[in-house]
Design a protein around this ligand. Sequence first.
Ligand SMILES: [Zn+2]
Length: 264
Amino acid sequence: MKWNDIRRSEYTGANRCWACTSVNLGLVGLFALWLYHRDRRVGALAAAAIGVAAVAVRGYVVPYTPQFAPRLVETVPLPGDPFGKGPGRDIPESASLTGTDVDGTAVLQELAAAGAVEADGDLIRPTAAVDSDWREQMDRLAAEPLEALAREAAETVPTADELETYVDETGEWLVVDSGLVARPVVVAELSAYLALAGTVEDRRVRLAGARAFRMFLDSCPDCATALVESSAVSCCGGYTDPHTRPEDVLVCPNCEQRLFTIPN
Ligand SMILES: [Zn+2]
């Protein structure tokens, strides 16, 4: 057997998952302790040495570790983020205020035709006037209490009638048919809908555009923290469904909200 057959680079080095590693080292230790107490001291030492070495070069020794270790570790209350899960991995997608699912490419084409977005090399970005209007609106709305946001959204967005508010330990939300809309998403979409009023006449395009504009965010519309690009993969690259790739997401690490899901 060659070294490369033993070593698994997908679970070690930069790819090492500390949830898996610590759970495995814990189990190796328990096994060694068990042998030790059964008066097999040499065996215990050998098991510990082999186990630690195996975890070092293979990432984990216990079969199916990537499936259970992250969940196990998540149930253990630890301060901070010791296993480097990174922000955004477990944050679900917020619902949208605009209640539309027009195809993204079609929306961008319509927005470009209306002069709301333009190509800048390989990038697409809002045109200067729309962009500054959008950011002004976001600054204004970020300062509003949730009830005022709900009122203005209900008055402005044609797909929303009356909007209930909801507050829990994870943040502030507006209740729509499809679920809960996180406060930063409300601020971004409502602002974009208002900013697009001057250029985009078609209401459906304006609604879809308001949602699509979240892709242009580089800081949180609510708290101004720089957004982090993160992967929605759970751990070890071990996402459970082999047919779908993990999503890349834009996350506010302060609000712990997902602002945009980058299409694969
Ligand atoms: Zn934020």
